[in-house]
Design a protein around this ligand. Structure first.
Ligand code: AMP
Length: 232
């Protein structure tokens, strides 16, 4: 495992720490995490994607998570934590990683702090995507994801060139079952109830940076990259 800060010294790939993308559903965390993880050559860990993978494979975890996800509620902390702990213990996470959709509750954040302290001897950097609530519904109802590569589009603001097909690999663009309006309302409520308190938690630790998530995706990427460069 590299020492803390080693990855930050030269033009070496890697973040050298955990970077958390925090914000409500539809804030652009997934779109930005995909791009930035690729730029830095670090893993993009989306707990939502991990659960969707378990659901599609029909694992025991997937069977437990499926009905909870369909209601737009949060999966219990113990299930999320054991999945994440296993994932970040793998060697590809040694130079840092981007967490998208985790942590989402105070107990998850506290446990993550313990793990990071042990593993990296650092606190995470938290990028908080600030987006107007009215914009979130439009982004979520319009979101479509490539069934092959996971590329994210939006039928209103970020459409593919050929409707229903991914620009990159021609894969079918599908709508997530929890991106229906009635489920979205519950997901946004769960965010306010259980995840919003993490903004204060991390702000008090002095590790949180706000980013304007209302800008165009490329402009948001630029702001996040600048922030990461500053914080190296
Ligand atoms: P996402 O793709 O991040 O919007 O996550 C989709 C769904 O997966 C959420 O609505 C939750 O049901 C579940 N989920 C993802 N991450 C977490 C987490 N950190 N804690 C609890 N549930 C989660």
């Amino acid at each position: 495992m590299p020492e803390v800060g080693v990855a930050a010294k030269g033009p070496i790939k890697g973040l050298g720490r955990a970077v958390i993308f925090l914000g409500p559903p539809g804030a652009g965390k997934g779109t930005q995490a995909r791009q930035i993880a690729q730029d830095y050559g670090v893993p993009h860990l989306s707990t939502g994607d991990m659960f969707r993978d378990h659901v599609s494979r029909g694992t025991a975890l997937g069977l437990r998570a499926k009905p909870i996800m369909e209601r737009g509620e949060l999966v219990p902390d113990d299930l999320v934590l054991s999945m994440v702990e296993e994932r970040i213990s793998r060697p590809d996470c040694a130079d840092g990683f981007i967490l998208d959709g985790f942590p989402r509750t105070l107990p998850q954040a506290e446990r993550l702090d313990e793990i990071l302290q042990r593993r990296f001897q650092t606190r995470p950097l938290v990028v908080h995507f600030v987006v107007d609530p009215a914009q979130l519904m439009r982004r979520l109802t319009g979101r479509r994801t490539c069934a092959i590569g996971g590329e994210i589009y939006n039928v209103y603001d970020q459409p593919s060139k050929v409707p229903g097909r991914c620009d990159r690999d021609g894969g079918e663009l599908i709508q997530r079952p929890d991106d229906r309006e009635e489920v979205i309302a519950e997901r946004l409520a769960a965010y306010e109830r259980q995840t919003r308190p993490l903004v204060d938690y991390y702000r008090r630790q002095g590790v949180l940076q706000d980013v304007n998530g209302m800008a165009a995706p490329a402009a948001v990427t630029k702001s996040v990259l600048e922030l990461l460069a500053q914080k190296r």
